[in-house]
Design a protein around this ligand. Structure first.
Ligand SMILES: *Cc1c(COP(=O)(O)O)cnc(C)c1O
Length: 421
């Protein structure tokens, strides 16, 4: 019998300490017996964290994604009982704050370094006062998504595909969020009602050039199964919609959400792709690995999206480690993003040259599968624009000159002229 490590469904009965007598197996037993729920086993790290910070809760609670959501850390008080906050973090949390609320799942909180405010994943979810600073070139909606929105909840920027903003809720709020203008705002949740959804679905239905729908938000996998199914089945019924995609950080911050039930639901809507937001190799825990394996086993191609962040993942060894770990859990690095200039992102942003340097440090040195496309999402609504280090060295009438990954110059015969006899 398989023992689930991370997920338990809410309707699973309490595990008991009594040994449950199983009926004697017989080769004539053709009717499958209803399996007794397996006891939940937690990672030692998770178990120690649970005992220390949620003493009243049980192991099966930890493994339940709804418990994780309702016990997420949203207040300075709770957070300060878990990590020793720096003066700056405390100040950022006690002031009137920026636009983005605090929210960290217990799972993700169990990975935070108690005493190190410089820890990469800690910086990605705990605000600092620099977040309240408005720097050069920053805007609330730098990608002008609102300008490319024909109906509420849809961003239609490219000819054949749309972004479907299904919810404004996330299980954890990344401080550098490109949609911090709209996520986590209780006053905007009405913008994601089913009436708004139906209008968005209708737009896709009557726009026959749309062959690809990317469902994002907010994090669509924070929604109940029934809502996810409503959306997927409505979109799947549209003939010209060829592929569906979900953009999510759930497998990294709330792996308990990837239940067998959810995976069975998702796989009814193939071809379905999932893009997972990963920031740092510290996120790739055994629970996360299991969540990704489940999705991959359901035939869902998994890609990753990573934002280049100063002091968090802006060096070749960290990125190489992240991308290698992702490949091991069957996630193919898809995009590396230059950090969007949202208001308050100055302390996270580094130069475009840094991104190029990282790509140069990977290409040729490691598996091509471990190398995402580096893109700048052009402010003003220009869209994702790929950038490459200077491999191209120019051309003349006969040759193209290229520099390889070791910096050596080569030439390629770029015309097809028969040799003279
Ligand atoms: C990123 C994005 C997409 C999807 O782009 P791909 O390059 O196909 O992954 C679609 N619409 C919008 C508005 C986007 O920002």
């Amino acid at each position: 019998m398989k023992r689930p490590v991370v997920s338990s469904e809410e309707e699973v009965p309490l595990p008991t300490n009594e040994a449950v007598p199983l009926p004697e197996a017989s080769i004539f037993d053709i009717i499958p017996q209803k399996q007794q729920p397996a006891p939940v086993t937690l990672e030692p790290r998770a178990l120690a964290f649970l005992r220390e910070h949620f003493p009243a809760a049980e192991e099966k609670d930890w493994a339940n994604w709804k418990w994780q959501l309702s016990n997420s850390i949203t207040s300075l008080d709770k957070l300060s009982s878990i990590v020793n906050l720096s003066k700056d973090e405390t100040r950022a949390l006690s002031g009137k704050g920026g636009v983005l609320p605090l929210r960290i799942t217990p799972h993700y909180a169990s990975l935070l370094a108690k005493n190190d405010p410089r820890q990469p994943i800690r910086r990605s979810v705990i605000p600092v006062t620099a977040e309240h600073q408005h720097c050069f070139g920053e805007a609330a909606d730098p990608l002008h998504e609102e300008n490319d929105s024909p109906v509420s909840g849809i961003v239609h920027r490219y000819p054949d595909r749309v972004l479907f903003l299904a919810t404004g809720f996330c299980s954890a709020y990344c401080r550098y969020c490109t949609r911090s203008r709209m996520v986590g705002d209780a006053n905007r949740m009405h913008q994601f009602s089913t009436k708004i959804w139906d209008e968005a679905i209708d737009y896709i239905r009557r726009t026959s050039t749309i062959r690809d729908v990317l469902i994002s938000g907010g994090d669509p996998l924070t929604m109940p199964d029934a809502k996810i199914e409503y959306l997927l089945s409505a979109l799947r019924k549209i003939e010209h919609v060829e592929i569906l995609r979900i953009g999510t950080k759930i497998p990294a911050v709330l792996p308990q959400r990837i239940t067998p039930k959810l995976v069975n639901l998702l796989k009814k809507y193939h071809p379905l792709f999932v893009s997972i937001h990963f920031t740092h190799p510290d996120e790739v825990t055994p629970e996360v690995a299991q969540a990704c394996m489940r999705l991959a086993d359901a035939g869902i191609p998994l890609g990753s999206q990573t934002v280049l962040l100063k002091g968090i993942n802006d060096d070749v060894p960290t990125m190489a480690r992240l991308f290698h770990q992702l490949l091991k859990i069957r996630v193919r690095p898809y995009y590396l993003y230059q950090c969007d200039p949202i208001v308050g992102s100055g302390h996270f942003r580094t130069t475009v040259e840094k991104g190029l340097e990282i790509i140069q440090g990977l290409r040729g040195h490691t598996s091509g599968y471990a190398i995402p496309q580096f893109v700048v999402d052009a402010p003003g609504g220009g869209g994702k624009t790929p950038l490459l280090p200077d491999y191209w060295q120019g051309r003349d009438a006969e040759y193209v000159y290229v520099k390889n990954y070791e910096g050596n110059l080569y030439r390629y015969p770029n015309i097809q002229r028969p040799l003279e006899k």
